[in-house]
Design a protein around this ligand. Sequence first.
Ligand SMILES: *Cc1c(COP(=O)(O)O)cnc(C)c1O
Length: 372
Amino acid sequence: MMNNLLDGIEEILLMGPGPSCVPPEVYTALSRKTLGHLDPYFLKIMDGIKEMLLQTMNTRNMLTVPISGTGSAGMEASFVNLVESGDKVLVLVNGVFGQRMTDVAGRLGAEVSTLEFAWGTPVIPETVEKKIRQNHYNIVAVIHAETSTGVMNPVAEIGAMLKGLDTLYLVDTVTSLGGIEVRMDDWNIDALYSGTQKCLSCPPGLAPLSFSEKAVTRLNARKTKVPNWYLDLSLIANYWNSKRVYHHTAPVNMLYGLYQALLLILEEGLENVFRRHLKNHMALVSGLQEIGLQMLVKEPFRLPMLNTVLCPEGVDESSIRRRLRNEFKIEIGGGLGPLAGKIWRIGLMGYSSREEDVSRLLNALKKILQTR
Ligand SMILES: *Cc1c(COP(=O)(O)O)cnc(C)c1O
């Protein structure tokens, strides 16, 4: 017999910046029999996914689909469909994912401007307002939940400022969707994308995305073809709408997983889900403070699903993470970019946001810090 590496997979409590733990119902869904991607029963499941995405995103947009690929594919799809060479794009940057947007838009030939805010602090709406009054932008883009720093950005306020302008508002909700409120239509958002492996608690592999009518109008008015065939939404839309035209083979079982994950969230109720995230976040923060640890982000800008904790002076943060993984079977994240070596990132995302797991992590951290 050949040695099967999969037999060695341990159960690790995923409390990092994603992926998050997957509920048993979603694992069951993933292992159901594969149907053809044009099978009539599968088409019903697709409609169910679309209906549940509309509810979760609080939108009525016709063009609402899961993109095949991880959260970054959602980012790429949003920009690649809406940007034409020479377009003016303003990206609000206060962490790694804002920087990534700048890179993505720049590669498409956009004339990219940025407004930078200190990492660990939110985007300041007044600064944005000044900038958009002085200049015209085709797109303004922001990250709702900046996973690299644990900061929540004022997405609703910025959306209100853009009302009435012919600027498209592009928002990353990879970490926020399913953890805190996201109201696409009320917040005037034109392009929104997420990912399955954060608060939706499905393995990585899909990026739910939605375009407003205004975004679709822009897409249809392009002078040049979308420069990426795989992510061209005008083609993908014809598979997800009633035409059902083959574009690429849908990742059928991943979509079963997403269907089940969304069903679990809506059965629990969005309000209850948000309340659970907040409650476990509060318990974590007070527990961390009891063992003498401080948060990077000030209230009220903290994300309930992604907690950034300052590593005490003289402590090697990576050795603590290694011990958590090896001795306690818990994964947490380290810092990125300028925050590398300085913080831990503790995710309480979706199915990983559970009271008993907050205690388990706090106890493990306490033991490790005492026996250093
Ligand atoms: C995780 C994340 C992404 C990228 O998602 P991948 O699934 O890693 O491709 C993009 N934006 C934010 C805010 C994220 O947290």
